[in-house]
Design a protein around this ligand. Structure first.
Ligand SMILES: [Zn+2]
Length: 434
């Protein structure tokens, strides 16, 4: 087994190198970072390919072949990041500096840290002469932050045979949650769907100097906005929040009561768990007349709507009507992406539980979902048998410290968590592929 201190040092070094490649997407510009990772894994004995949908933005597929015919495990990550405004940061976002026990920089959490830990784990196993029963894949995508059209979506469609796998470890959860004396690590097994829509109200134009000469469509948005300010659609239970609430010691059978109970003990838990319990409606953009002196005949409101995995447009509409009523508006869906999930009880979950039992015996493991979505969605869609989980374990920094730093200023990750995660990946590889 690789020595923990050595794994931590190597993961830290890889993360620092990765942060120094500016891969802000757009434009992404992932080529140099991917070549660095390819060279690293090739030196350890992996067969590596860079596969690009467009010039300069390759995806990396690295494969360690075994001699038996066991399953294929894929350690997955993306190397692009969202932008960073240096003016908001206390350190250069592309410095990769170590300060106060953390590596700082854009991507330190989302998700160059996990990429570094996966590559360090894979590299150390291969360099030690370990070979999988089955295959170990390391797939690092481009373009995750801008929709994955040149990354995971393209890879799963155009190179399905090269990225097909039985198990996948990707981003999405893993930070510890402390709640009522309990310690819980989440494993993300599902992603919600996206059903963004535009609401339109109708009236009659007129001169704005005579308010009642027209019929103002813009003011008709007010009750719709008020309704979404006052309430969200009624909550509904599904396997992921059920698992999470149970691990937190809360009876999930009545979701509304469960959220009240969570909120009393720690409001932050309620804020993060509630979106997993149903359709959410978040109005974000409104427009009316093009001219300040014209009463608008039409006004529109854009709403970001997220729907639990497996459910579609009919379900979304039912919940929208529950909040907005049936009259006074028309609707157009701008995006309709159904979310998906992997089963909770699998050999991959067993491997994760086994590792937590060893390194943090008083803690529990729970399945959870993501209100947003990750590359895992594309793998589950392309390969229905693939069990794809998000797991980057962290215990120095908990969920509530990490969440605001993701896509935020002063993004950083504790060095101790880097070694912790790399150790998890070594263990998972050995458990599933030995
Ligand atoms: Zn990410």
């Amino acid at each position: 087994m690789p020595e923990p201190a050595q794994l931590e040092r190597r993961t830290t070094e890889l993360l620092q190198r990765l942060i120094r490649f500016n891969t802000v997407n757009p434009p992404g510009n992932e080529q140099a970072a991917q070549e660095f990772l390819r060279d690293t894994l090739m030196a350890a004995g992996f067969e590596c390919e860079l596969l690009a949908a467009v010039e300069g933005r390759p995806n990396l597929v690295a494969r360690l072949r075994g001699d038996g015919d066991g399953p294929t495990l894929c350690l997955c990550g993306h190397v692009d990041t969202v932008l960073a405004d240096p003016g908001d940061w206390s350190l250069d976002p592309w410095s990769g500096e170590v300060k106060d026990g953390c590596v700082w920089g854009r991507g330190a959490l989302d998700m160059k840290s996990q990429v570094a830990a996966e590559v360090a784990a894979a590299e150390s196993l291969a360099a030690d002469g370990w070979r999988p029963a089955g295959e170990l894949l390391v797939v690092i995508t481009a373009d995750e932050e801008a929709g994955a059209e040149q990354g995971a979506q393209w890879l799963c469609r155009e190179h399905a045979d090269k990225v097909r796998c039985d198990f996948m470890v990707n981003e999405g959860a893993g930070e510890i949650v402390h709640f009522n004396g309990r310690r819980v690590y989440g494993v993300c097994v599902a992603e919600k769907g996206v059903f963004r829509f535009t609401l339109t109200t109708h009236g009659e134009a007129g001169h704005a100097s005579i308010p009642r000469i027209g019929d103002n469509a813009l003011t008709k948005l007010a009750p719709l906005l008020q309704a979404m300010r006052d309430r969200q659609p009624s909550l509904e239970l599904s396997p992921e929040p059920e698992s999470l609430l149970t691990a937190l010691g809360i009876d999930p059978s009545d979701p509304e009561a469960a959220i009240r109970e969570a909120g009393k003990a720690d409001p932050r838990v309620a804020v993060l768990v509630e979106p997993l319990l149903g359709v959410t409606l978040t109005p974000t953009m409104a427009s009316g007349s093009d001219k300040i002196n014209v009463i608008p005949a039409q006004a529109s409101l854009k709403v970001d709507c997220r729907v639990p995995p497996g459910l579609g447009r009919e379900h979304a509409l039912e919940k929208i009507t529950e909040v907005l009523g049936e009259d006074g508006w028309s609707i157009d869906f701008n995006e309709q992406v159904v979310g998906n999930r992997s089963p909770i009880e699998t050999p991959l979950m067993d491997a994760i539980r086994g590792w937590i039992n060893r390194v943090d015996p008083d803690a529990a493991v729970a399945a959870t979902g993501l209100p947003g979505f990750t590359d895992s969605r594309w793998w589950r869609e392309a390969f229905p048998e693939c069990v794809a989980y998000g797991f980057f374990p962290q215990r120095e920094m908990d969920l509530f410290e990490a969440s605001p730093l993701v896509h935020g200023a002063d993004e950083r990750v504790p060095v101790a968590d880097l070694g912790f995660a790399a150790d998890a990946y070594v263990h998972i590889c050995r458990e599933l592929l030995s």
